[in-house]
Design a protein around this ligand. Structure first.
Ligand code: ADP
Ligand code: MG
Length: 305
């Protein structure tokens, strides 16, 4: 495809994401470039092989309104891999930081509802994302052409919510049965992914953590929702490195917020009433949450999309 690289959107240890112009279709899109940093050849090869499954094979095969659309990738097996995607306006993390706190509940509600639909779809294909977090949830602003953001914020109460979310970053995504070990972002790890060092625990797992699953994706979305709502000043706790106790300590802290809700939903956590059953059982998104919290709307099994 003939295209021109425009500017850089983001850069990190993974590589760089650029805005690019597609001459054939006269449109702007995003290119994620993965580079070989040199050094240990084995490392790059292993890393690329894993990214290939998620971003080269699985992502382009997906078709869902709340999952980022990737239409092309190239360079697999070479030092420069490119993944071509629809351009998004930014991440849920950036959006949440840029909005006043009074808008957090509406933002969290819509992001949660839309991401549950994405997780429901992935579960129906037996896929586990493994890195659900505010940085990997993207949005587009749907009315920017005719209205300024300020005008739109005045317009949307009761009307159309202007942010459309899509799940992205499929670098770790794989089929549930093919996940050999836990990778991702520790802060969003479900409790069962940590080694069990509590001897008195009823649910004895013999000290061995479980592997990532649809259930741990649901947990990560739960933590993402707490983060978006900024329940219990969770954003500051996150930025401080989870207070004491590292990632496991943070998981326990989030567990405490869940307990608090079980005791009657005090304070802001009450905004998440209905999550209790989900977080306890984490049986499946469709029945437990889309059903209970959103009346089934958006699930694959019923309601409209
Ligand atoms: N399609 C896209 N549109 C706009 N920005 C993007 C897009 N894809 C990635 N980005 C930007 O690049 C960053 C890293 O992309 P991501 O796919 O999450 O890669 P990584 O595996 O390195 O986390 C994102 O946080 C976002 O800022
Ligand atoms: Mg990412």
């Amino acid at each position: 495809m003939r295209h021109l690289l425009l500017d850089e959107i983001a850069s990190g240890s993974f590589g760089t994401v650029y805005r690019a112009f597609d001459f054939k279709h006269s449109r702007v899109f995003a290119i994620k470039v993965l580079h070989d940093e040199g050094g240990d050849d084995g490392l790059w090869a292993n890393w690329q092989a894993a990214a290939y499954r998620g971003e080269g094979l699985i992502l382009p095969s997906l078709n869902h309104q709340h999952i980022i659309r990737s239409f092309h990738s190239q360079g697999w097996g070479t030092p420069r891999v490119e993944i071509h995607m629809d351009l998004m306006d930014g991440t849920l993390r950036a959006l949440a930081h840029s909005r006043p706190s009074a808008t957090y509940p509406l933002l969290a509600h819509h992001a949660l509802h839309q991401m549950l639909q994405a997780l429901d779809y992935l579960d129906s294909l037996d896929l586990v994302h493994r890195d659900i977090k505010p940085d990997n949830i993207f949005y587009t602003y749907t009315h920017s052409t005719f209205h300024s953001q300020v005008q739109q914020q005045q317009l949307h109460p009761g009307g159309h919510y202007p942010y459309h979310f899509r799940l992205g970053d499929f670098g770790l995504c794989d089929h549930a049965s093919r996940i050999p070990r836990t990778l991702g972002t520790k802060m969003f790890f479900a409790p069962e992914l940590f080694p069990d060092d509590d001897d008195d625990d009823d649910d004895d797992r013999g000290g061995l953590p479980q592997l990532q699953s649809h259930k741990s994706d649901v947990w990560a979305l739960y933590v993402t929702t707490l983060w978006t709502l900024d329940v219990g000043q969770v954003r500051a706790a996150a930025a401080l490195g989870w207070r004491n106790g590292g990632a496991a300590g943070f998981a326990a802290y989030v567990g405490g917020l869940v307990e608090e809700e079980e005791e009657g939903g005090k304070g802001k956590v009450g905004a998440l009433r209905g999550w209790r059953r989900l977080i306890r059982g984490r049986g499946g998104v469709r029945g437990e949450v889309l059903g209970g919290l959103f009346g089934g709307v958006g699930g694959l099994g019923g309601g409209e999309g």
